[in-house]
Design a protein around this ligand. Structure first.
Ligand code: AMP
Ligand code: ZN
Ligand code: FE
Ligand code: FE
Length: 282
């Protein structure tokens, strides 16, 4: 069973439109995918229609940035895109991200690395993120690649960096659960915690409604995968997998990258789908 439950489209910082992404997944033999854009579900309806045309399964999703520094990412699966609290949240986030981008562009100007805000908006097409500013920096000749732009200008302590508004992990889980969704901790290894600290956090979040761990992700080495499988088992959490595909022009990973390690995909996706169906019944 080929599944990839963590994909970005042009509705956030992915390179492909929702339709193009779904067509690519279908052509590459994926049977089940999830669109998980940052702070928006604007791409979901279009992806859903294309998935129906292509005859593949699609789970609605979103990826929230949360935690104290915004670097805990929480995936929500199966949520109702029409939930009013979510809709208000996405709208506010869009406005905040626009203001943040303007501030970053201003700081870059001060630092002698001017880029056009209009160009950044064009590159974004939807929710604006640092990757769009990075692309504009590359186009303007201030950086040699997106990762060079991040390293020199767009990370904490660098001249173009501005923090983004965030919600707490507790709030993100609550929003997902209230919108009839299933909350899954994205790429746990990117938290860069030791095993004990990660286990304690996951245990605490489980008490707040966390339902799964994204175990199979490019950030997890094989030994991490073993640890996370054990943790999911101990805490009674779903196992999920996703490549975090953004399009090769944004990040060189291919669709499905690293997911050959997800040997229980069939069983795990069936469990996730039945949990989603269960939520929608009540
Ligand atoms: P933002 O939400 O605007 O802060 O942008 C965060 C996004 O930028 C992440 O989700 C990644 O897609 C991307 N990103 C973060 N760090 C890097 C990096 N060093 N190189 C390339 N992309 C990155
Ligand atoms: Zn991204
Ligand atoms: Fe993420
Ligand atoms: Fe992601």
């Amino acid at each position: 069973m080929k599944a990839d439950l963590h994909l970005h489209t042009s509705a956030s910082d992915g390179a492909l439109s929702p339709e193009a992404l779904v067509r690519k997944a279908a052509a590459e033999g994926f049977e089940l995918i999830a669109v998980t854009d940052h702070d928006t579900m604007a791409g979901v309806a279009r992806a859903r229609e294309e998935a129906a045309r292509q005859g593949i399964g699609l789970i609605t999703g979103v990826e929230f940035s949360c935690g104290r520094q915004g670097e805990v990412h929480m995936l929500g699966y199966g949520l109702d895109p029409d939930n009013p609290v979510l809709q208000r949240f996405f709208e506010t986030r869009g406005t905040q991200r626009e203001a943040r981008a303007e501030k970053m562009v201003g700081q870059l100007y001060e630092a002698g690395k001017p880029v056009s805000m209009q160009r950044v908006r064009e590159l974004a097409g939807g929710v604006i993120g640092r990757p769009h500013i990075a692309q504009a920096l590359v186009e303007a000749g201030h950086a040699t690649s997106v990762s060079d732009a991040f390293a020199r200008f767009l990370t904490p302590g660098k001249p173009g960096y501005v923090e983004k508004e965030i919600v707490t992990v507790t709030q993100a889980i609550e929003m997902i659960v209230n919108a009839c969704g299933v909350a899954v901790l994205a790429h746990p290894m990117e938290l860069k915690k030791g095993d004990m600290a990660l286990e304690a956090l996951v245990h605490e979040w489980k008490g707040q409604g966390l339902a799964g761990l994204e175990i199979y992700h490019p950030s997890a080495q094989n030994n991490h995968v073993l640890f996370l499988e054990g943790l999911a088992q101990r805490e009674g959490l779903f196992r999920t997998g996703g490549s975090d595909y953004h399009g090769e022009s944004v990040c060189p990973h291919s669709l499905g990258y690293g997911l050959e390690r997800w040997r229980t995909a069939e069983k795990d996706t069936a469990a996730l789908l039945s949990a989603i169906a269960e939520k929608q019944r009540v």
